[in-house]
Design a protein around this ligand. Structure first.
Ligand code: HEM
Length: 423
């Protein structure tokens, strides 16, 4: 007990009281990140019983030591959803959920990464590019000209969902379920749902697993030229091929990690370009800036705002004593705006030389396996939007500030825009 009155509170005390689970924190966390960089790049948060790491250097250091900071966060997740008997019973009807990739440590992680990495190779992404272009064009062509519309529900959600759905061999009917399935997975991670929603989420997880198991069986019997086919046939010397339960768990992660994140990056990107008209103009004048614009958007948006690690032993960092078993939240969104690394970090500058060194895809062995696919999707989105529309404006400013409540993912709920088609 410190025995201080509220009046005596220091900056460090106030920052320790920060509640990263507060949905309002997502609206504009950036001045807080700045304060944390300057005063407490690693700080214990009383409300979430965890350490918060905000400096780029520390995030890199921690990500490079998976033996000290584990990704086996099953214990933490078990705490988030209560695993009530009713929920467990529903989940028992499906496949066991295997801790793959993001939930695993070496040496298991190394095997998953080698095998899954094959499905996300450059040649596969090049094949997928023509599909992304088709899906993006269709979505924009289906819009009524010169109207006000929600960029998120009409484009940024269906675009990546259809890309992934196509690569997993899903029918249009099942593709419609991808978003509800993904919502069920992320809701289970959010730590912010009631019992009724927990049960609905468990039903959705089982439905998803059964659908995917059927698609996997098809690919075990016939050759399919898609990402799921690559996952089923992935092999490397000395590695046991992926089992059905492992592939289903990988796909579950791909859906969580690869849909909402891409949706949020595209939406935040369009919003940033609207709010920074000189940058929008620059991009329209010189489309060779497209690649770097994608990186600057990823830097500023960092849709995976943060991710968890668990300390595997007692360790001291910058004089702070982290105990074995402590939860550590790596705030990638803060690393992407660290002023030690990025000049005027909160400013959008599509000509910035080092935009690409952002933390949006993390660091170390867990660096986003889908980063090439995500970059291609965002790039095609921007290219198609500026080619099709002469003007893009915000239509409803208030709603543009509403973010989904999620401690790990930062993404807009709605982005109403007004567009004028080019003649
Ligand atoms: C803008 C979009 C995306 C962002 C910002 C993003 C961000 C991230 C981040 C920060 C991590 C590392 C998390 C950690 O270290 O704890 C990660 C890992 C991962 N991402 Fe992405 N991601 C995006 C798109 C995608 C896509 C399109 C896919 C697949 C279709 C994907 C699949 C994965 C997987 C499977 C992992 C786990 C990798 C591992 O543990 O080895 N992501 N992503």
């Amino acid at each position: 007990m410190s025995g201080k009155s509220p009046k005596d509170k220091t900056t460090a005390d106030t920052l320790s009281d920060l509640n990263i689970y507060d949905p309002n924190f997502s609206i504009n966390p950036f001045s807080t990140y700045e304060e944390l960089h300057l005063n407490n790049p690693i700080i214990y948060l009383n409300n979430s019983d965890s350490w918060l790491v905000t400096s780029a250097d520390l995030i890199t250091e921690i990500c490079s030591q998976p033996h000290l900071f584990s990704n086996d966060i099953s214990v933490l997740l078990a705490g988030l959803h209560s695993e009530k008997p009713k929920v467990r019973k529903i989940l028992e009807q499906g496949l066991p959920q295997v801790p793959v990739l993001l939930m695993s440590d070496p040496p298991d992680h190394s095997r998953f990464r080698r095998l899954v990495g094959m499905a996300f190779s450059g040649p596969r992404i090049n094949i997928i590019e023509s599909e992304i272009r088709k899906i993006s064009s269709n979505l924009l062509d289906n819009l009524k000209a010169n109207k006000s519309w929600d960029f998120i529900s009409e484009y940024a959600i269906p675009m990546p969902v259809n890309v992934i759905g196509g690569q997993l061999g899903l029918s249009q009917n099942d593709i419609k379920k991808i978003r509800p399935w993904s919502d069920a997975f992320t809701d289970r991670l959010s730590g912010m749902i009631d019992e009724e929603r927990e049960e609905a989420c468990a039903h959705a997880v089982v439905d998803f697993q059964k659908t995917m198991e059927h698609q996997i069986t098809l690919r075990r019997n016939y050759k399919y030229n898609d990402l799921l086919g690559d996952l089923v046939s992935a092999s490397s010397d000395g590695d046991k091929p992926l089992s059905n339960a492992e592939i289903v768990s990988v796909i579950q992660q791909i859906m969580v990690a690869g849909n909402e994140t891409s949706t949020s990056a595209m939406a935040e990107g369009i919003k940033l370009l609207i709010e920074n008209p000189t940058q929008m103009k620059l991009l329209r004048q010189d489309t060779s800036l497209l690649k770097n614009t994608v990186e600057e958007i990823l830097r500023l948006a960092s849709p995976v705002a943060g991710s968890w690690r668990i300390a595997t032993r007692n360790i001291t960092i910058l004089g702070k004593n982290i105990k074995k078993g402590d939860k550590v939240m790596l705030r990638f969104a803060a690393g992407s705006r660290d002023s030690e690394m990025f000049n005027q970090p909160n400013k959008m500058d599509i000509t910035r030389q080092n935009s690409k060194t952002h933390y949006a895809f993390g660091r170390g062995i867990h660096t986003c396996v889908g980063n090439m696919l995500a970059r291609r999707e965002i790039s095609i989105c921007l290219e198609h939007m500026i080619n099709k529309f002469e003007t893009i404006e915000l239509a409803d400013y208030d709603k543009a500030h509403a973010y989904n409540p999620n401690v790990m993912l930062r993404g807009l709920k709605v982005l109403n825009i007004e567009t004028k088609v080019k003649n």
